[in-house]
Design a protein around this ligand. Structure first.
Ligand code: FMN
Length: 339
């Protein structure tokens, strides 16, 4: 059995919520935690942002005790800066681990040699990992990688071994190359190769959309945990369903429409509280509402409405109408009462 310095791997198969910039904020992380996510990570922050101590960066670092175990994800390409930034983060917010982003495909990050650019530059990747591990020891440092820069340079096995040698405590592998962005399918064969070749926990990531997917990938590879991103945006209860499937071989039904709407409304109310102003808060929720409404009755019409939504009152109205549409009342008098 694999030994790990990370307690959440002992005797368990942890389910991670993926770090997602603009998505995995405190409200969403806590929602996923309520629905069974075991380990959380902040949205990524740049080492340079930490030095500038700007307000936004402080917000990204903010989490509540209930979110533990939680990691702060950092990106950057300069070993000394990354080490210093990691030290500051540890001093400010005491996360349970630091996660290094070696997977981000976005031009703004890659052009400054951050994120997935380091998959092409193993000497720098090695020095960043080594410097951060040394800077925050004994706090664990983990890393998140893609399988390579492009289809001709898939090097996840090599990169993962380098990271393990530098003292990285666990590695998440997103089964796509940088060149793929989010297109195509995640390559779980490479994730499997990595899981078989390093002496530390490997968390598989990419295209998990059901509890059955988790079990299939767990059976096919030697991964010791999974990370779920986009599927959690539509169905945060996927974590609880997966836990039940792993423990009892049973997948509980998803929440019914009324419960889903209450989750959505609560999420939006919390966003409004957080922003302090209703309209920009609800506008910022439009993409989230689209994700939540996947599979709802009349979802095409719903998506059209969500494109223009900007108040909680509008949302309440849509929720009431959509909920009614799904549960046709049996008595004519009830219809009249509900109109
Ligand atoms: C909107 C969005 C933002 C993301 N931001 C980050 C990020 O800040 N750090 C990171 O390591 N990965 C980020 N990712 C990648 C995810 O963590 C994950 O690797 C990817 O979505 C594949 O997993 P999935 O198929 O379960 O969504 C982001 C993905 C999405 C869709």
């Amino acid at each position: 059995m694999m030994k790990s310095t990370l307690p959440w791997f002992s005797g368990r198969f942890p389910l991670y919520l993926a770090p997602m910039a603009g998505v995995s904020d405190k409200i969403f992380r806590q929602l996923c935690k309520e629905h069974g996510a075991d380990v959380l990570t902040t949205e990524f922050v740049s080492a340079e942002g930490i030095f500038r101590r700007n307000e936004r960066t402080r917000e990204y670092l903010d989490f509540d005790e209930i979110e533990r175990p939680i990691g702060v994800q950092l990106f950057g390409a300069d070993a000394a800066h990354m080490a210093e930034a990691a030290r500051q983060v540890v001093e400010w917010v005491q996360p349970d681990f630091i996660d290094l982003n070696f997977g981000c495909p976005v031009n703004k990050v890659v052009s400054r040699n951050g994120g997935s650019a380091l998959l092409k530059d193993c000497p720098t990747l090695t020095s960043v990992a080594a410097a951060v591990v040394r800077a925050v020891a004994p706090l664990p440092v983990t890393a998140k990688i893609r399988i390579g820069w492009d289809a001709d340079s898939i090097n996840a096995v090599r990169v993962a071994n380098i990271l393990a040698e530098q003292g990285i405590a666990a590695i998440t592998v997103h089964g796509r190359t940088r060149a793929q962005g989010y297109s195509g399918a995640a390559d779980w064969a490479v994730i499997g190769e990595v899981s078989a070749s390093v002496p530390i926990p490997v968390i598989g990531n990419g295209d998990i959309s059901s509890p059955e997917d988790v079990v299939k990938r767990r059976n096919e590879t030697q991964i010791t945990g999974v990370m779920i991103g986009r599927a959690a945006m539509s169905a945060p209860w996927i974590f609880q369903q997966t836990k039940s499937y792993l423990a009892k071989n049973e997948v509980p039904p998803p929440p019914d429409l009324a419960e889903r709407w209450s989750i959505i409304l609560r999420h939006c109310r919390l966003a409004v509280d957080d922003w302090g102003v209703e309209e920009p808060a609800i506008r910022s929720m439009r993409a989230r509402l689209m994700a939540y409404s996947k599979g709802f009755p009349g979802s095409k019409l719903l998506r059209e409405k969500f494109q223009h939504i900007s108040t909680l009152a509008e949302l309440n109205e849509i929720a009431a109408a959509n909920h009614l549409a799904d549960t046709p009342p049996t008595h004519v008098s009830e219809v009249a009462a509900n109109v």
